[in-house]
Design a protein around this ligand. Structure first.
Ligand SMILES: Cc1ncc(COP(=O)(O)O)c(C=O)c1O
Ligand SMILES: N[C@@H](CCCC[NH3+])C(=O)O
Length: 475
């Protein structure tokens, strides 16, 4: 079987288009004896029958194990450089009370980025002292709620916010611990929209302006500076950016120590995961060790103590634990004219076929391909097949030509309407970026564990959508 010239370079026609590649699927995903895909022992067909499709499936043990692994790895790395560590789970990746509890039970802190995420964390019973509160435009009401709840750290992202938080803390008779988000200027190797430390973007305070902001923070009795914060971006594979950010932040941190203590340094999240065979992920132990050692080196060079270290991973904990199940609806072979450089050999065909496989969800349950041209992979979940692999593009059902779920994948050529299709690594930034575009209802999220499935976020119904329309529901 030769590769289709429309396939991206990294995607070769596989010898077995049913195989589950290591590292892309959750640890509990496996084919049953009959060839069907099962998640933590729950068959795809059973999940689809009970809950419908599309369906988000989260492997609980996998998510818990990743949280545990990152926390223990970072703690060990910190201990080896003579300090301690805090790991915040970044709730923006995917949050509900159940997931908040999984993280808390393993001893992780939790990072929230809006009043809504804060409400979920508090409803889950997470100790407010373990919460970090982010956002470049927190409302005064959100700040007030966070301070009143006793949130452990608020991350300041602008000059204006300093006084707002100080006032809220004074009103509630508290001393609020704060971090200052710094734009380190480190250009992370990732999609432009996922890089958060380039100069021309909205997050953080430029390095040169950090001293004036810290002076201002220190001028308020109701604020306590916990430390500097940096988050260079998301889905990053090259760890050198974290080390560079650590070096730049420690340089400022060291200067600021003259004016008072700064106990911590938070280097954010952003660790990349594998969505396709092209993504090579370094073991998290290596990445966290690299971060701790970079901080220790920079601190050592300046003769200052290594601060308490914090990180905020989201995707690397929950992303690989999730998958989305869809049902295939329609299929279309589209003849595509090839550019001359796409032709494989002189005299070869000037066209190629791309099979469009449309499923019953799309950009409303996974906006990432439309937002970032993010690559995903897929497998037929309801069966295996011996048919030759064919290049497919998995499309959604929305009124947008950019509504794509998987840009390119080889699947058995006999893929047919009614097949269940599973897309792995959808645990992060899929549910949390979901929408009701075209008035599709948001799918439920089910957690699977030890052969059992249970709903951890209810799916929406059309009644939920209509309930918001005063023409239908005047109240
Ligand atoms: C401030 C901050 N911390 C943590 C994260 C989590 O990033 P990731 O899910 O890539 O680990 C993000 C998202 O990019 C973020 O903006
Ligand atoms: N939403 C982005 C990452 C999060 C950015 C948050 N700072 C993604 O899906 O990859």
């Amino acid at each position: 079987m030769t590769s289709n010239p429309l396939a991206p370079e990294w995607l070769q026609a596989p010898s077995d288009a049913n195989a589950l590649h290591d590292g892309i699927w959750s640890s509990g995903a496996a084919r049953t004896a009959s060839g069907e895909l099962a998640f933590a022992g729950v068959r795809a067909s059973e999940l689809a029958e009970r809950y419908g499709t599309p369906l988000y499936v989260v492997d609980e043990q996998d998510a818990r194990a990743r949280a545990h692994r990152i926390r223990t790895a970072f703690e060990a790395a910190a201990s080896d450089v003579g300090t301690t560590a805090k790991v915040y789970y970044a709730g923006k990746a995917f949050l509900c009370t159940e997931v908040a509890r999984w993280m808390s039970e393993d001893g992780l802190h939790l990072d929230v980025a809006s009043g809504g995420e804060l409400a979920v964390a508090l409803a889950a019973g997470v100790d407010p002292a373990l919460l970090g509160f982010h956002g470049n435009n927190k409302s005064i009401a959100e700040i007030d709620r966070a301070v009143q709840a006793g949130v452990g750290a608020i991350v300041i992202d602008s000059w204006i916010e300093i006084e707002r938080i100080a006032d809220a803390a004074a009103r509630h008779g508290r001393v609020q611990a704060v971090r200052l988000r710094v734009n380190s200027g480190v250009h992370a190797h990732t999609h432009d929209y996922l890089a958060t430390a380039r100069e021309d973007q909205k997050f953080g305070i430029p390095l040169a302006d950090v001293p004036s902001h810290v002076d201002r923070i220190r001028s308020f009795k109701s604020l306590r500076l916990l430390g500097l914060h940096s988050h260079i971006g998301s889905q990053i594979f090259n760890p050198s950016g974290f080390a560079e950010a650590a070096e730049r932040l420690i340089a400022v941190h060291a200067e600021l120590l003259d004016g008072g203590e700064i106990p911590e340094l938070n280097l954010g999240g952003g660790f990349g995961i594998a969505y396709t065979v092209a993504d090579e992920v370094a073991p998290i132990e290596e990445v966290t060790r690299g971060i701790a050692e970079a901080v220790a080196r920079a601190a050592g060079a300046r003769g200052i103590p290594v601060p308490v270290l914090a990180i905020e991973p989201g995707r690397s904990i929950i992303g690989p634990a999730g998958a989305t199940l869809y049902e295939v609806g329609t299929i279309k072979d589209v003849v595509v004219a090839l550019e001359s450089e796409e032709r494989t050999a002189p005299g070869s065909s000037s066209t190629a076929i791309r099979k469009y496989v449309s499923v019953d969800g799309g950009m409303s349950d996974n906006a990432r391909p439309a937002l970032y041209e993010a690559d995903y992979s897929a497998r037929i979940a309801s069966r295996t097949s011996d048919a030759d692999p064919a290049l497919v593009r998995v499309a959604g059902k929305h009124c947008e030509s950019g509504d794509l779920v998987v840009l390119a994948e080889y699947l058995p050529a006999d893929i047919a309407p009614g097949d269940l299709l599973a897309v792995p690594a959808t645990g992060a930034y899929c549910f949390s970026l979901s929408s009701n575009y075209n008035y599709l209802t948001r799918p439920p999220v089910v957690a699977v564990r030890d052969g059992e499935a249970r709903v951890i976020v209810r799916g929406e119904t059309e009644d939920d959508l209509l309930a918001r329309d005063p023409g239908v529901n005047p109240r």
